[in-house]
Design a protein around this ligand. Structure first.
Ligand code: UDP
Ligand code: MG
Length: 314
C-alpha cells in the first residue's frame, strides 16, 4: 500500500501581480484540476509587489488551505524574477510555473504530470492556439522566435511559454544560473534534459488586464536576444571589413582617375552620402556595444535578484 508520503510532491509556482480579483476563481479551478492526481500538491504563490489586495487575499487562502504557500516580494520585480523567487522556494519533485490569470489551463497539469511519470524531465506545454492574442501580436511573436533562433545557438521552441513541467533536477539547474537578466524561456532551453511537448488551447485572460504592451514586449525581445547571442556584436566586424574593402577599392579608383584625367571639383553629393552613411553605421554599432556593456554593468553589481518581504509556509 502506498501512503500519502510516498506520493511525489508537485509544486505549482504562480507569479502574481495585482491578481486579487481573479484569485478565488483561480484557486477553485486549480484545486479541482489537481485533486485526483496521484501527488501531493503545493501552490507557491509569489506576490510580486502587488498594489492591490493580492497579498491579503493570499494570506486568507493560506489559512484555509495549507497547500497554499506565500512568498511576498518587497516591490514589483517583474514576472521573470517573481518566477525565479518561486522556483527558489518550491520543494517539489516536479515543478510547474503557471500564470494566475488562468491562461495556462490548470487541467493541462494532469497531462504534463502523466508525461513526467513516463520519464520525461521537461514537459513543455505548447499553445495550439493563442487565444486572446491579436493578429499583430501573433505575427510579431512569430518574428521574434525566428530572429532569436537564427541568432542564438540554443533554440527556443515556438509558442511555448513558461508553462511547463520540470523535474526537480531541471529546476535546480535553472536555479544555479546566477544571471540578473533572467530570460526564463532561454534559461529553460539552455539547461537541456530529456523533453517532450503537450499541446493545449490557450484561453483568454479571465480577470484584469495584461501587464504587457508593445514597448515592453520589444524590450523583452531585445533582452532575450542579447542574453543568448553575441552575433549582434560580431556583425559589426563583418560590416567594418566589407565597408573598408569597398572604401579601398573606391579610393583606388578615385586616385587613379585623378592621376589619369586630372582634378575635378564636384563631389559634394558623394562625400555627404558616404559621411552620413558611415555616421549612421557608427552610431548603430555604438548602440549595440552599449547594449552589451549595459548588461555587463547589470551583472557585475551582483545584487540579489529579489528581496522577500514575508513568507508563509516555505
Ligand atoms: N506578473 C508578475 N509580475 C509582473 C507582471 C506579471 O508576477 O510584473 C504575473 C501575472 O500576475 C500573471 C503572469 O505574470 O500571473 C502573466 O502576466 P500577464 O497575464 O500580464 O502576461 P501575458 O499573459 O499577457 O503574457
Ligand atoms: Mg496572461
Amino acid at each position: 500500500m502506498t501512503t500519502d508520503e510516498d506520493r511525489p510532491l508537485l509544486s505549482l509556482v504562480v507569479p502574481m501581480y495585482n491578481e486579487e480579483d481573479g484569485l478565488d476563481a483561480f484557486f477553485a479551478r486549480i484545486f479541482r484540476a489537481v485533486e485526483h492526481l496521484p501527488a501531493r500538491v503545493e501552490i507557491v504563490c509569489v506576490d510580486d509587489g502587488s498594489a492591490d489586495g493580492t497579498l491579503g487575499a493570499l494570506r486568507k487562502h493560506r489559512e484555509k488551505n495549507a497547500a497554499v504557500k506565500v512568498v511576498a516580494l518587497s516591490r514589483n520585480f517583474g514576472k521573470d524574477i517573481a518566477l525565479t523567487a518561486g522556483l527558489d522556494h518550491a520543494a517539489g519533485d516536479a515543478v510547474v510555473p503557471l500564470d494566475a490569470d488562468l491562461q495556462d489551463p490548470p487541467e493541462v497539469v494532469a497531462d504534463l504530470f502523466a508525461k513526467w511519470r513516463e520519464g520525461y524531465e521537461v514537459v513543455e506545454a505548447r499553445r495550439a492556439t493563442r487565444g486572446g492574442d491579436s493578429f499583430t501580436k501573433r505575427k510579431t511573436a512569430g518574428w521574434f522566435y525566428r530572429i532569436f533562433n537564427l541568432l542564438s545557438n540554443q533554440p527556443i521552441p515556438e509558442n511555448v511559454g513558461d508553462f511547463r513541467l520540470m523535474d526537480r533536477k531541471v529546476a535546480e539547474a535553472v536555479r544555479r544560473m546566477p544571471e540578473a537578466n533572467r530570460f526564463m524561456k532561454g534559461l529553460f532551453a539552455w539547461v537541456g534534459f530529456r523533453r517532450t511537448t503537450v499541446e493545449y488551447n490557450r484561453g483568454d485572460r479571465t480577470e484584469g488586464t495584461t501587464k504587457w504592451n508593445y514597448w515592453k514586449l520589444f524590450n523583452f525581445a531585445v533582452d532575450g536576444i542579447v542574453a543568448f547571442s553575441s552575433l549582434p556584436l560580431r556583425i559589426w566586424s563583418y560590416i567594418g571589413f566589407a565597408v573598408s574593402g569597398f572604401s579601398f577599392l573606391y579610393g583606388s579608383f578615385l586616385i587613379l582617375r585623378t592621376l589619369l584625367l586630372g582634378r575635378d571639383v564636384p563631389g559634394y553629393a558623394s562625400i555627404m552620402t558616404v559621411m552620413l552613411f558611415l555616421g549612421g553605421i557608427q552610431l548603430i554599432s555604438l548602440g549595440v556595444i552599449g547594449e552589451y556593456i549595459g548588461r555587463i554593468h547589470e551583472e557585475v553589481k551582483r545584487r540579489p535578484l529579489y528581496i522577500v518581504r514575508e513568507k508563509h509556509g516555505v
